[in-house]
Ligand binder design. Structure first.
Ligand code: SF4
Length: 199
């Protein structure tokens, strides 16, 4: 990565200026390094790519969605985490972010969106409503999206601050980085999907 940056910016002097700035230089995964070569495990290389190129699908139904917009805008700049490419097509997304109150009428829609996403996929429940129904303990509101789809990370709050959303994204990044490429074929994962009535 440093080598690539050096080529990009040309001079060593300019590179040292970048190193002094707050530009985040991604660390190479563990591996064996020598003159002219670097060897690592496929899982680690794939995990590095997945971690730093999440494509979130913002499923925003109410006020938490506005807080997410603030997180993606200039001040908090979600793009620093490689997640600025928001996808409104489930087939080109790997992180489903559910933000807001989910009414029971919306259950088939949320499930369909989740099932249309390709593996590997992660789910982040943002805010009290998505996590547990929040203050809307009524006949028409789903009391937490984990009743219909598996959730990887929960962000509490009503609404959560952008810093909390960023922390949630970082937790998803840790999962994406450490997940083996074989996890989705394991019996535990298949059993989890069966529990939700999915393949
Ligand atoms: S958790 Fe609070 S801010 Fe978020 S959607 Fe529910 S009521 Fe709105």
């Amino acid at each position: 990565m440093r080598f690539a940056l050096r080529r990009l910016y040309g001079k060593r002097k300019e590179m040292s200026e970048i190193e002094k700035s707050n530009v985040n230089i991604v660390q190479a995964p563990d591996g064996i390094e020598g003159p002219g070569f670097f060897v690592t495990m496929l899982d680690k290389a794939v995990g590095l790519g997945r971690k730093n190129s999440l494509w979130p699908l913002p499923f925003a139904t109410s006020c938490c969605g506005i807080e997410f917009m603030a997180t993606a805008a200039a001040t908090y700049d979600l793009g620093r985490f490689g997640a600025e490419r928001l996808s409104f097509s489930p087939r080109q997304a790997d992180l489903l972010m559910v933000m807001g109150t989910i009414s029971k009428k919306m259950i088939p829609v949320v499930r369909q969106v989740y099932q249309q996403m390709a593996e590997p996929r992660w789910v982040l429940a943002m805010g009290a409503c998505a996590c547990s129904g929040g203050i809307f303990d009524t006949y028409s509101v789903l009391q937490g999206i984990d009743k219909i789809i598996p959730v990887d990370v929960y962000i509490p709050g009503c609404p959560p601050r952008p810093e909390q959303v960023i922390d949630g994204i970082i937790q998803i990044q840790k999962l994406a980085e450490s997940e083996t490429t074989r996890r989705r074929n394991q019996p535990e994962y298949k059993a989890l999907m069966e529990k939700y009535g999915m393949e």
